[in-house]
Design a protein around this ligand. Structure first.
Ligand code: ATP
Length: 819
């Protein structure tokens, strides 16, 4: 069927047409990715389409009865033959009224038989906080065949679309690459058949494709994290945390099966985050054929140590070293028969896919969705299609098929029983965490260091509590014991040390600590200079060979004081290491501190509820005040994750002119909203953004100026941001970094024993930092040079540029209203 009717997208003078689809298994964060692609695409001047139901929708296209209407929409002129009633034409280029895609009743009816739909700004409103994919996904057998892909190509050409962003797993992305590879053949065949015109053939000679990895398994090579994996881990940890309490009550064993056919990421991260006793993952099966005995010996020792519960996590693709599947029921039988444990099996199944996206998935999907638009617009025929990934904290592009091939290599390596290779293909976090899991669960002597190298390692918390501090302490204690060291807890910070509030910690004592919020050791802001001689005397009295300080800006300040005191006090000449842990993420250089993910998750949960209440009542702007002192991290990342319209931080400051512009912007947005619909909007203000324009003042100004359009209320999140159950990400980050910190103390202690001077490049006083794509120990001098002491933050903040993206997502930047 020759259409020949559409206006060619991307042709000179006409806007580029860009489409986004979600494919394969759904995951939380896909909606945030779609939202970001749509908004960024519009902001970049594109006409944006969504393809419903993944590749299936692209193959089906829009029914013939819609062809005429589509043509009118595509012609770029306002169509009177709009297929959707009551659509709102705002001053943006919205073609469909807000929420049309969301509606099941009337909207669904109108969308029936239409899979490729032009969308406007407000169509994706509210998307970021919702789980699953609102534009639908499906598995599509037809797309696996050449003819199916040819039909998909025809539908793209008919709509004038030649830029496609695909969010899915490796299967969906392989399909994308094949479509792009075969594009010239498809077009030639379609022209030959008369399905497309010569003009269309010329104008659409190339298809640009960019991949976003949406997968709960976190199985894509070359990226540390896939969209959806963090949320799935949240669901798993919530479930296991709940199971743990009942397991303890009844002294039961639980076998928990989690998703992951070829990838044990979810099982591994859940195991370390929840403090499980044993786990089975495909990449590292038990080395012995008699895995039953190996497992029983570990679990029996845990019970003999005094544990009342046993948690075993098993990935759905678990197998033994001969690739024979290991099932949860089999494990259950072994525990029941050999250890006499009352054992239950829980299969988490699809609960892992569902629910509101975790803050990190919203942020990752937004950053990657925006990057995907840039990438698809920059793409050229001679370059391979990219996939957007992240390494530590750096959004990266890499050739899509290289990533897919490496991912498939893992499955191949497993099938060939080359488990070392399978592991080497995973990212560094995977191996670090595997090592941490082993070292914190094994009670045998395998990992002990020689007697002469054993240390007494003290752990102290300083500053305000942050989620993950306890996971760090648990890991330090367990790791120390595993290596034959003595872990010494200092309770209640440096004040506690001076008061002799010090005790050795046992393996069992810290068992449940990973999941607990706050600080089990107790923490305060008193620094060692309150009585440096006293601190030095106590460290000598307790024969401390190395000190781990867990805390925020105070942690670094404490490190500085102790280092300066070394000349005078020999007992301070021990390796000193600082693990940044603070909700406000204000330690210089490091891009993430332990606790900084929990606080954003608390904020996002709160703003989801606030937004709901706001839109349920009337047009209302909520001004949400966050903690953070002189550092705007929580406000900025919180604004990005929650979809706030305006953000105020101490770094950016506030002004009368800025407030006036903000009022105008909000008025404009409320005027553009559909009549009769109440809308909630968010403003996030960091507590120290301005001394004059306080949260209350801002709220009063908005109420006064909003008049009939909107009113305003404020809410302060205060100390809630410090509390709550630590997020899985904070727990796993704390665990991974703590292991490295103890290794650091060991390494420098050994140097000291060997009477070697600390190397200038690797001094024995440092802070562990995550920077760009790596983790390293930053010497104290470097940290001090990077600090803004007056405002208690780093001189440079990696997240500052996010303000632009927040503005783009709010519709403030690069969005010119049509004349
Ligand atoms: P998940 O990680 O959730 O399994 P996925 O994207 O890998 O996601 P698949 O079922 O493998 O999920 O693929 C989704 C769809 O992508 C398939 O139904 C099919 O339409 C298309 N697809 C997958 N593999 C190919 C391929 N080799 N060639 C063409 N299309 C493919």
């Amino acid at each position: 069927m020759a259409s020949g009717t559409s206006t060619p997208g991307g042709a000179q003078g006409s806007p580029k047409r860009l489409a986004v689809l979600t494919s394969g298994g759904d995951c939380s964060g896909m909606n945030a990715a779609v939202r970001a692609v749509v908004k960024m695409g519009i902001a970049r001047g594109c006409e944006v389409y969504v393809v419903r139901e993944g590749w299936e929708g692209l193959v089906r296209g829009n029914g013939p009865e819609h062809d005429v209407k589509e043509t009118q929409v595509h012609s770029g002129t306002p169509s009177t033959a709009d297929p959707i009633p009551n659509r709102r034409r705002g001053n943006f280029v919205a073609t469909y009224g807000e929420g049309e895609l969301l509606k099941e009743g009337e909207g669904e009816q109108t969308l029936k038989d239409r899979y490729i739909i032009r969308v406007g700004w407000d169509d994706v409103r509210g998307f970021a906080s919702l789980g699953g994919t609102l534009i639908g996904t499906a598995r599509c057998a037809a797309f696996r065949e050449v003819e199916g892909r040819r039909t998909a190509a025809l539908n793209l050409v008919k709509h004038g679309i030649d830029a496609l962003v695909v969010c899915g797993g490796d299967g969906s992305l392989t399909g994308a690459d094949r479509l792009r590879d075969e594009w010239p053949e498809h077009l030639a065949a379609l022209k030959e058949r008369g399905d497309i015109s010569a003009e269309q053939f010329e104008t659409h000679s190339h298809l640009n494709i960019v991949g976003l990895v949406g997968s709960i398994d976190n199985d894509m090579a070359g990226t540390d994290m896939t969209i959806g994996a963090t949320t799935a881990l949240h669901r798993i940890c919530e479930a296991i945390d709940s199971i743990s309490s009942t397991a303890s009550s009844h002294s039961r064993a639980f076998i928990v099966e989690v998703m992951g056919r070829n990838c044990g990421w979810l099982a591994l991260m859940a195991a370390i985050a929840t403090g499980a006793d044993y786990m089975f993952i495909p990449e590292r099966p038990p080395t012995s054929e008699d895995w039953q005995s190996s497992m029983c010996s570990v679990l029996d020792r845990h019970r003999k140590e005094g544990k009342r519960k046993t948690i075993v996590i098993i990935a759905e693709g678990a197998h033994d070293c001969n690739l024979k599947p290991i099932s949860p029921d089999e494990v259950k039988d072994v525990l029941t028969e050999r250890l006499g444990l009352d054992t239950r099996v829980t299969t988490l199944g699809h609960t892992q896919r569902g629910g509101a996206p975790a803050a990190y998935d919203r942020i990752l999907a937004t950053l990657q969705g925006a990057e995907a638009v840039e990438a698809v617009l920059e793409a050229t025929p001679d370059k391979p299609s990219p996939v957007i990934g992240i390494q530590e904290n750096k959004i990266m592009r890499q050739p899509l098929m290289e990533a897919v091939k490496k991912t498939q290599d893992v499955a191949k390596a497993i099938a060939e029983k080359d488990f070392n290779r399978a592991l080497s293909l995973r990212d560094p976090e995977f191996e670090d965490c595997l090592h941490a899991f082993r070292a914190t669960t094994r009670l045998n002597e395998t990992y002990r260091v020689p007697e002469a190298e054993r240390m007494r390692i003290a752990i102290v918390h300083t500053g305000a509590p942050a989620g993950g501090m306890n996971a760090a302490t648990r890991t330090a204690v367990r790791y120390c014991l595993c290596h034959g060291h003595t872990p010494v807890a200092i309770y209640n910070g440096f004040v506690g040390l001076l008061n002799g509030n010090v005790a050795e910690l046992s393996w069992l004592r810290v068992d449940q600590w990973s999941t607990r919020g706050g600080s089990e050791l107790g923490t305060n802001r008193t620094l060692p200079d309150t009585d440096l001689a006293g601190v030095a005397a106590k460290l000598a009295e307790y024969k401390i060979d190395g000190l781990l300080i867990v805390g925020g800006f105070e942690g670094m300040a404490a490190l500085n004081i102790l280092e300066k005191g070394r000349k005078e006090h020999p007992s301070l000449r021990i390796p000193l290491v600082h693990l940044p842990a603070t909700i406000s993420n204000n330690v210089p250089i490091t891009e993430w501190s332990v606790g900084s993910d929990t606080s954003i998750n608390v904020l996002v949960d709160a703003t989801d509820a606030i937004k709901q209440s706001a839109s349920a009542s009337r047009n209302r702007v909520f001004v949400v005040e966050t903690q953070g002192a002189g550092c705007g991290y929580i406000a900025m990342l919180g604004a990005l994750a929650s979809g706030a319209n305006i953000v105020y931080t101490p770094e950016l400051g506030m002004s009368l002119r800025g407030l006036s512009e903000d009022v105008d912007f909000l008025k404009k947005r409320y005027r553009q909203d559909a009549a009769g619909k109440s809308e909630g909007r968010l403003v996030i203000r960091s507590e120290k953004a301005s001394k004059t324009y306080t949260t209350e003042v801002v709220t009063n100004i908005l109420t006064e100026e909003g008049k009939d359009l909107f009113d305003a209320r404020y809410v302060s999140l205060g100390h809630t941001l410090q509390g709550g159950v630590p997020s899985p990400r904070d727990r796993t980050r704390a665990i991974r970094l703590t292991v490295k910190c103890i290794d650091f103390l060991e390494r420098h202690h050994k140097r000291k024993l060997e009477q070697l001077e600390p190397e200038w490049k690797d001094p024995d006083v440092a802070t562990i930092v995550i920077e760009g794509a790596g983790i390293r120990f930053a010497p104290l001098a470097e940290l001090l040079a990077a600090s803004d002491f007056k405002n208690r933050r780093g001189k440079v903040q990696w997240w500052s540029p996010m303000k632009n993206l927040i503005d783009v997502m709010a519709g403030r930047r690069d969005l010119e209203e049509p004349a």
